[in-house]
Design a binder for this molecule. Sequence first.
Ligand SMILES: [Zn+2]
Length: 457
Amino acid sequence: MTTELWVKNGYVYTEEGFRYTSIRIKDGKIDTLYECEPEPMKENNVNFIDASGCLVVPGFIDAHVHFNDPGRTEWEGIETGSCAAAIGGTTTIFDMPLNCSPSVTTVRNLHNKREYLTSKSYVDYALWGGMTGNSLSQQGELSQMSEGIIAWKAFMSESGIDDFPFVSPGQLKLAMKIAAEQNKILALHAEWEEEINNLTTFYKKQTGINERKAFLASRPISAEEQAVSYALEAAAKYGTSVHFVHISSERVIKLIQQAKKSGINVTVETCPHYLIFDEEDFLKAGAILKCAPPLRSREEVEGLWECISNGWIDTIGSDHSPCLYSMKDTDSIWEAWGGIQGVQFTWLALLDEALKRKIPLKDILPLGTANVADRFGLSGRKGRIQPGLEADLALISLDETTIADQQSIAFRNQYSPYENRIFLLKVKKTILRGKVIYDHQTGVTRDKYGQYIQPRK
Ligand SMILES: [Zn+2]
């Protein structure tokens, strides 16, 4: 039996901008958009959602989360992580290959992770595969893995995870070559290992300097610049599609923009924390805002917003990288786990900030929807409100606020740098393939509808 759902009277975001439209959804897919709504047949199997007063936007695609399942479920886990994502309007996540244990660097680990996650997620999910200093010699494995992963991820500096060693500059070239042959995107954590390693050794020995300042100084923008320049050169040589994750500085974005213009197939992600917080916040708050690359100056934050306005940033991912609170509550900043817990608040925080800055939402929404779908081969399924695509939607009210209080945090360890912030908007409903998975009054559904996304061949 065909099930039909109408999302009526919303202010709907489409390629042409916002317009009052009703959406007819059939069997989980967007069927028709009606500017002038015909009265639908009063059939038993037709349901309605009244979206009056709401923006209706595509469900967000967060291409950068670490949900740590299987193996480190006490840090997060797919159930709590995907629940928090759904509450924040996200309908699809791409889970990173590290911080779960074992890391996804072999066919077997990929297979086991995929099996393990079945029926545990509230939102749809794709899986990243890892290329590491150890796995590059196993080219048969990498070739088989490429069929199940959305893209490759490698680190150019220490990852902090023992079974995910970084690739050396020489190994990076091989990784580029393999990814190009497979026609897969290679995403990079781009900090130049030698530079940050030397600086870290130097600053750890300094006494009489504020430890948090020393940490910031140990990971300068120049380390990002050097890594990105090197990787761009290799990408040009091998014809690889590259994607730089969590770039923190305008200077580096400009470098990438130049490369794009010169014909290199490259995209760039930044994260909400680089757009909201700055190094002063880190100096005050400490480990809860420790991440790598670290937070930058207020000037850099402003520069990144400028880059967004110029259309130079392609995607925004949360880089939700959770851990136990005890791993943040350490004697020394050097020992604390680096990572920001924020998946639930990514789009609340960004849209709130965009509204305050009077940046049109149409300029920022694609960074978490259409751009991500286009880059990672999902544009035939997700990312837009368009007939034929999956009905993944977020209903957002601009007349209500959200308080990020501790009780409302749905990820496993209930702390976050966003805690106690008030966002001038509210996610009212999240819809995944035509099913309401979150409602602000009743919470998340009991059933978990999230499905594994088989990447495009
Ligand atoms: Zn990450």
